[in-house]
Design a protein around this ligand. Sequence first.
Ligand SMILES: Nc1ncnc2c1ncn2[C@@H]1O[C@H](COP(=O)(O)OP(=O)(O)OP(=O)(O)O)[C@@H](O)[C@H]1O
Ligand SMILES: CC(C)(CO)[C@@H](O)C(=O)NCCC(=O)O
Length: 420
Amino acid sequence: MDVKDVADRALLPDEASITMLQAESRSPMPHLAIDIGGSLIKLVYYSRNGDWLPEDNKIWSSKESLGVSNGETNHPLSEGRLHFAKFETSKINDCIEFIQSKQLHVGGQHHEVPSKNKIVIKATGGGAFKFTDLFKEKLGILLDKEDEMDCLVAGANFLLKAVQREAFIYMDGQKEFVQIDHKDLYPYLLINIGSGVSMIKVDGDGKFERVSGTSVGGGTFWGLGRLLTKCQSFDELLELSRVGNNRVIDMLVGDIYGGTDYAKIGLSSTNIASSFGKAISVDKELEDYNPEDISRSLLRMISNNIGQIAYLNALRYGLKRIFFGGFFIRGHAYTMDTISVAVHYWSKGEAQAMFLRHEGFLGALGAFTSYERHGFDDLMVHQLTQLCPRRESCSEDILHSAPHRDVNEEKTIDCNVFTS
Ligand SMILES: Nc1ncnc2c1ncn2[C@@H]1O[C@H](COP(=O)(O)OP(=O)(O)OP(=O)(O)O)[C@@H](O)[C@H]1O
Ligand SMILES: CC(C)(CO)[C@@H](O)C(=O)NCCC(=O)O
């Protein structure tokens, strides 16, 4: 199987349908939430598919038919979409222009501060603090800050409960979707690999503890990789890793043991004994190494390390399921494979790494679902997932289409929204 093909398809969100109920009547859906991280800004916004359907063509449904029986009358169903977009944090002005061009800052007029008529947008990530003034000056909006960890957990729980074919395992170049049993979702370990890495034990909706973290994360890969290879973009660096050979730079057990295994402690000759260990050679300088090999070695070192720390934390709390999110993963085959192998190896097959299709949007989705008027609770989401047809087709909207999916790529999830 072509590895690039796998990597690209992992980025494609298969068409998914989320039905969402609004708790309060006649309140518009919130339109925009934002997660401003150390490396990337993520946006989630909602758009309705056209205007309300004429009375005769309305799709009528009842809460009872969804299993949420409370005796209320039927409600018309409106179709819409959740869109996802991302921008480099260093290019925050592009993000502001995007919001402006789509009028996302005024659309919906949600969450208004009564007297001042200011529009308030849910925002999370460190940048929600750092860029408050910029958003006020350029867009005239106030950022209503939601805690980053709260949002990561809310986003992960939402995806795992509401979106079909969201979680998957990745082994031997194959992606296999995992059916999530809602009654048996908790506890799990959430590993969010952004610029840095957060490790969160999740016990329920809003019930979690950040049990660990490491500064050796996505920012490390991109930062060190840029310095060492002179790559101009993250995707270029990732692309190099596909064809590189880490053994040129990594010191293997066999390099130390004269080509043989160290079987007594379970190490084969091809195991990495020391990442970048061969670079100690006085005969070689940076320019003597291929950027491809450097990238591969770096990606493997960081992915392996995160996989190992993740497993140790799973062991610490007796957790069997580990979900990995964050944009470092980028649906990249080699990254997912390395993390999966690390978890499998260290747990002796007891624990399993799982990945999320909307990996980088957990925080933004969590912020989006935090609008109070949104009002879809655990029960509703639980019931609603039963309705979602299992679709095999793939669809994707790409706003600013670019051959290798640039940073402004956009994915969507179809939604059905009840009105009253
Ligand atoms: N186009 C891109 N540009 C920069 N980094 C990218 C890109 N695509 C993927 N990445 C990777 O994703 C990481 C950022 O992931 P993510 O957006 O989840 O975290 P963040 O919110 O920016 O960071 P943090 O949560 O630590 O503040 C980068 O450090 C890099 O490894
Ligand atoms: C600081 C945050 C939470 C910002 O997103 C993230 O980058 C992170 O989890 N860094 C790792 C910090 C640590 O626990 O060592």
